[in-house]
Design a protein around this ligand. Structure first.
Ligand SMILES: *Cc1c(COP(=O)(O)O)cnc(C)c1O
Length: 415
């Protein structure tokens, strides 16, 4: 699975951004899928075809739901076709309407899940230390129209769950978590999945645990679980009896088979990620202006995101210039979550003044740089990526000035 190790550069002028061939012949992605045991997966597929039970609460979906609930220490787990639909169903099941407070520093699906249902996402700023919703900013954003808060456990580092729960209780609003990054993570020893009124995991191909596409809504609330189960299946409570408006959010058996197979290798994926993360830290140690998003060693983490913060005043080369340098080498580092939801449509047009209350979001969005990791990446790749970053940053002013003088360079953009 490893790519050919890249060619080591000795001088900054040898960087591919100045015309040399790229260090990697094929692209190094931030999140290539983690694939579990192929034979186990194919066995499960054979079982599905033998049973001719392809969807609608089949045995693979049931087993996946049982296992996720057990791992997250939560009473109810409802598998869904993806986390975006999962968020939309959870938002309906919690009866949210009017305004809901949400971070802008997140994947745009968090805000879209609200706006798609004509709920107004009200962006609140983050704590610059945790990158998650700042409870005080949330409190300031509450109005008489507020019905809920959607927190996001960014990078798998849990939100201030107790402060947000206290605030939600005090102000009589619902609390939902977008836990798309946080399957297998803990807060004060408690697994993510049991916080708020409900939480939503993503099992998209690029997440640490994948079911091709997929997700799960988890909750300890029996009533919420009941509503989610109906809404996931067109609102049906039984044959010929729809009791609620619903959608089709079901997970298929094939996806659940992939999810179960991924779960069997989950500890191995996490150990691999941890090794990658530790190696990046050693290789980039001491580079001025470069810091890492850190994970609390006392908690459960998946180390699925290797995120650098680039302080341009010290590196003397901007985050965007570093992205140019890396992309030229076929290292497809990303700027998650640049520029923030509030700077994307339709929110940019709807809320033209949002940036004024989001200073920490704005600052962070200019600094983040996500590096390739996961089981498709190993030590050779990490040493090459790190040596290129080191070369560019140790010669920051020259690289930057040379790039500024060249018209052919453009900042990489897009999905
Ligand atoms: C991936 C992601 C989603 C969307 O998950 P899908 O399963 O792809 O729909 C939502 N929120 C965050 C924070 C994500 O990273």
């Amino acid at each position: 699975m490893l790519q050919t190790p890249g060619q080591v550069r000795r001088q900054w002028k040898d960087l591919a951004v100045f015309g040399a061939p790229p260090a990697f012949a094929s692209p190094l992605h931030v999140g290539r899928p983690n694939i579990g045991d192929r034979a186990r997966f194919l066995d499960r597929i054979n079982g599905i075809l033998d049973r001719a039970w392809l969807t609608n609460d089949g045995p693979c979906v049931k087993e996946l739901e049982r296992r996720i609930a057990a791992l997250a220490g939560v009473k109810h787990c409802m598998a869904v076709c993806n986390a975006t639909i999962g968020l939309e169903i959870a938002i309906r099941a919690l009866d949210l309407s009017g305004e809901v407070i949400v971070p802008s520093f997140t994947f745009v699906a968090t805000a879209n899940a609200l706006h798609w249902q004509t709920i107004r996402p009200v962006f609140a700023d983050i704590d610059p230390n945790t990158h998650n919703l700042d409870p005080q900013a949330v409190e300031r954003a509450i109005t008489p129209r507020t019905t809920g808060i959607v927190g996001v456990h960014v990078w798998g580092r849990p939100c201030a769950v107790d402060a947000l729960a206290g605030l939600a209780r005090r102000r009589g609003v619902k609390l939902l978590f977008d836990a798309a990054h946080a399957f297998g993570c803990s807060s004060a020893g408690r697994m993510v999945g049991r916080f708020g009124d409900a939480e939503v995991f993503s099992f998209h191909a690029t997440k640490v645990l994948n079911s091709f596409e997929g997700g799960a809504i988890v909750t300890n609330d029996d009533e919420v679980a009941h509503r989610v189960r109906m809404m996931r299946n067109f609102g049906f409570a039984g044959y010929d009896s729809a009791v609620h408006v619903g959608v089709n959010g079901k997970m298929t058996e094939v996806c659940a088979a992939m999810g179960l197979t991924s779960l069997e290798s989950f500890d191995g994926f996490v150990a691999w990620n941890r090794t990658n993360y530790d190696l990046y830290r050693r290789e980039l140690d001491g580079l001025p202006g470069v810091s890492f998003v850190e994970y609390d060693a006392a908690e459960r983490n998946t180390y699925h995101y290797v995120v650098l913060l680039i302080d341009e005043a010290q590196t003397q080369i901007s985050r965007d210039r570093l992205i140019d340098v890396l992309h030229a080498e076929n290292i497809l580092a990303r700027r998650y979550f640049y520029p923030g939801c509030h700077r994307m449509e339709p929110y940019r047009t709807l809320f033209p003044n949002a940036a004024s209350v989001l200073p920490a979001t704005e600052r962070l969005a200019r600094q983040v740089l996500s590096l390739p990791t996961g089981t498709a990446i190993g030590g050779d790749e990490i040493r090459t990526v790190s040596s290129i970053l080191r070369l560019a940053i140790e010669n920051g002013p020259q690289v930057s000035a040379t790039l500024d003088g060249s018209a052919s360079v453009s900042v990489a953009n897009g999905a």
